[in-house]
Structures are given as structure tokens and as C-alpha cells.
Design a protein around this ligand. Structure first.
Ligand code: NAP
Length: 350
């Protein structure tokens, strides 16, 4: 409806994802009539800026959702479990960035370019996938439609800001300490990340895979509706401030050439092909930072294996892996025919 505006709550507004949600709402000109910025008691009363105006952050509590149309949650799974029911009760549509409801079979887990049709039922609660899974899904979707996914082997190169604002600040401090000849210290991450890399900092489960790897498998299966998709992930944290990258080898049910794959990816929504072997120019986190689209390149055939392809992806995990995917879902709910037109300006604030 022309001119209609919405009351929008952002839970975890002071965090890495919460701040990015504000920037994406501005960037996409989402029709926000009133903003309700929420965080913990620690930051209640502090100021956050939205649409050029400073606003006071409020403490998250059940009563904060009165009259709210859309509530974006990004304050961790515990807060989502506790407060999402209150937001829904108050009449809000909730888009949750945490892992709390992702694997609940009643809750759609949505990447609009892949399974956006689930939004046609106007669910009251929509889960935003894990950042690595969302970025991977955008690249896999056009190839799956053409040739059918069978097996995915993926190694991730995950940035510091994937673990939040404090982790990002820790990487910066470690780099400065190195440069100043001081011994860097790790407090947020279990190991020093500067000039290093390590296996993802989530707990390792009984199956030998860490939590991040298990999330990637379960969530990719749910997003594609492929409950027995064979997947082998290895998730690694790298000293990159922002944007996750992934080296992927995919096997399909039928042959698809690298040229066909490149052509499909080039016209796929949410993908930008960066594949210039002559210049050795391929996706990089530095170029992916601030981009709504996921960058895909190094698209190669696998010698001796005609059913497989290899490629490399970089995507901004604060955007496609969190804030942009969430706002994109809200856009689709208010204007179902809106395509996610590209806004190219780099917009990274981390
Ligand atoms: P972050 O930078 O650490 O921010 C956490 C936010 O949660 C802050 O606003 C914090 O408020 C708020 N919070 C913490 N405890 C709270 C409480 N008891 N009550 C109310 N608010 C509370 O973390 P983040 O990276 O933005 O991640 C937020 C969520 O998004 C997590 O569930 C994460 O798994 C998910 N996610 C993150 C990414 C990413 O790339 N970072 C990607 C996808 C999904 P205070 O400032 O008051 O402490």
C-alpha cells in the first residue's frame, strides 16, 4: 500500500548484526515509521543513529513489542527463545537471526533467492539461516535447479566479525599489538587470530564436526528440502575482518559444464560472478564486504569426475548471512513482487 509505514523493532541493536540491520533498512529505504531499538540493560539509555536521527536504546522486555509490525532479533538464541513469543503475541512478524528456531519444523528457514516461496503463507516467525549456510545456498541454488545437488564438500574461511563486534575489535587490537611489538592476547576467541587461523571456535560434537559445521549441514538440507544431501564441511576462522569465503566442490546428479554453470550463475539473483583467470581476479572478502550479492568465481571442472564442479565464494556474512537476508525477507512480505535489485555502493561499516 503506497505510503504505508511500519513500526520496526531491532533486538540486539548495539551488536554487529543489529547495527547492520539499521544500515540496510536505510539503504533499502524500508518504510520504517517508528524504530524500537532494543538491547540489554547494559546499553539501555545509550544512543544509536537511524536515518540521521539519534535514538535512545531501550532495555529488551516483553512490553517493548506493543504495536510492532516487524521485529528483527539478533541478540543470541537465549534471548530469542525468551522474547520471540512475546513479540508474536503482540502481533509482530519476527525474523530471527539466531539459531533458536532454525531447525523447528514449523518455522520456515528462508533464503529468498532459494526458497522465498515459503513467505507466501505469511508466517509469523521466519528463521534466518547460519551465515555460512546462507552464502553457500545462494551460490548452489541455480546449479541445483539445473543439475540436482548430490554431494557438497566445503571448506570455509570465516571472518572475525562472524563472532560479533567484540571479536572484530579483538582482531584489530591483536594486529596493532603485533605491529607495536607487543604479544597479542586472545580473550574473545580461544586463540590469537591475527596472522593465524584456527578450526571454528564452536564446540566439537560427538560426530567429530563442530557446531558450525553441523549447522551448515542441517540447515543446507532444510533450505533445499534435501534431507539426505551428502555434505562434508570444514569450518575455519581466518584473520579477515568481514565477509566469509568458501571453497566448494559439488557433485550433481547430471553433468553440467563449467561454462554452463558460469552462465547460470551470471544471471542468478543474488550472485555476482567474479571469474577472470587472466587477471587472477576471483572473489575476495575485501570486495564482498558491503555487497548484498554473493561473489562466485574459480568455476572449474573436476578432472576425471564429469559430475562435479569446484568454485569459490565470498559473501558478506553480516549482510547476506544476517542483516540483508532478514530485511530482504521483510521486503518480500510487504511487496511480494519486489526483486532484490542491486545497490552497488560499498557500505561496510566494520
Ligand atoms: P554481538 O555483536 O555480540 O551483539 C550482540 C547483541 O545482543 C548486542 O546488541 C547485545 O546488547 C545484545 N544482547 C546481549 N545480551 C542481551 C540481553 N540479555 N538482552 C538484550 N540484548 C542482549 O553479536 P552479533 O554478531 O551481532 O550476533 C547477534 C546474533 O546474530 C547472534 O545470535 C548470532 O549468532 C547471529 N548472527 C551473527 C552473524 C554475524 O556475522 N555476526 C551472522 C548471522 C547470525 P548489549 O550491547 O547491550 O550487550
Amino acid at each position: 500500500m503506497a505510503g504505508k509505514t511500519y513500526k520496526v523493532a531491532v533486538v540486539g541493536v548495539t551488536g554487529a548484526v543489529g547495527q547492520e540491520i539499521l544500515r540496510v533498512l536505510e539503504r533499502r529505504k524500508f518504510p520504517v515509521g517508528e524504530l524500537v531499538p532494543l538491547a540489554s540493560e547494559r546499553s539501555a539509555g545509550s544512543e544509536t543513529v537511524f536515518a540521521g536521527k539519534s535514538q535512545k536504546v531501550r532495555k529488551l522486555e516483553a512490553g517493548a513489542f506493543a504495536g510492532v509490525d516487524f521485529a528483527f532479533f539478533s541478540a543470541g538464541a537465549t534471548r530469542s527463545r525468551e522474547f520471540v513469543p512475546a513479540a508474536i503475541q503482540a502481533g509482530a512478524v519476527v525474523i530471527d537471526n539466531s539459531s533458536a528456531f532454525r531447525m523447528d519444523e514449523k518455522v520456515p528457514l528462508v533464503v529468498p533467492e532459494v526458497n522465498g516461496d515459503l513467505l507466501k503463507k505469511h508466517p509469523k516467525l521466519i528463521a534466518n539461516p547460519n551465515c555460512s549456510a546462507a552464502i553457500l545456498a545462494v551460490a548452489l541454488a541455480p546449479l541445483h535447479r539445473a543439475a540436482g545437488l548430490q554431494r557438497v564438500v566445503v571448506a570455509t574461511y570465516q571472518s572475525a566479525s562472524g563472532a560479533g563486534a567484540k571479536a572484530m575489535a579483538e582482531l584489530e587490537k591483536q594486529v596493532k599489538d603485533f605491529a607495536a611489538g607487543k604479544e597479542p592476547r586472545a580473550e574473545v576467541f580461544p586463540h590469537v587470530l591475527a596472522f593465524n587461523l584456527f578450526s571454528h571456535n564452536s564446540p566439537v560434537g560427538a560426530n567429530g564436526y563442530n557446531e558450525e559445521e553441523n549447522k551448515m549441514v542441517e540447515e543446507t538440507r532444510k533450505i533445499f528440502g534435501l534431507s539426505d544431501l551428502n555434505m562434508v564441511p570444514t569450518c575455519v576462522r581466518v584473520p579477515v575482518p568481514r565477509a566469509h569465503s568458501e571453497a566448494v566442490v559439488v557433485s550433481f546428479t547430471k553433468k553440467i559444464s563449467s561454462q554452463e554453470a558460469k552462465a547460470l550463475l551470471a544471471k542468478a539473483e543474488g550472485v555476482k560472478v567474479v571469474d577472470e583467470p587472466q587477471k587472477n581476479l576471483f572473489p575476495m572478502p575485501r570486495h564482498a564486504s558491503g555487497e548484498l550479492d554473493v561473489l562466485v568465481g574459480r568455476i572449474r571442472e573436476v578432472p576425471g569426475d564429469p559430475l562435479s564442479l569446484a568454485f569459490f565464494v565470498s559473501g558478506d556474512q553480516l549482510l547476506k548471512g544476517a542483516a540483508w537476508n532478514a530485511v530482504q525477507i521483510a521486503e518480500r512480505l510487504i511487496t511480494p513482487d519486489r526483486k532484490s535489485t542491486r545497490l552497488n555502493s560499498s557500505h561496510a561499516n566494520i
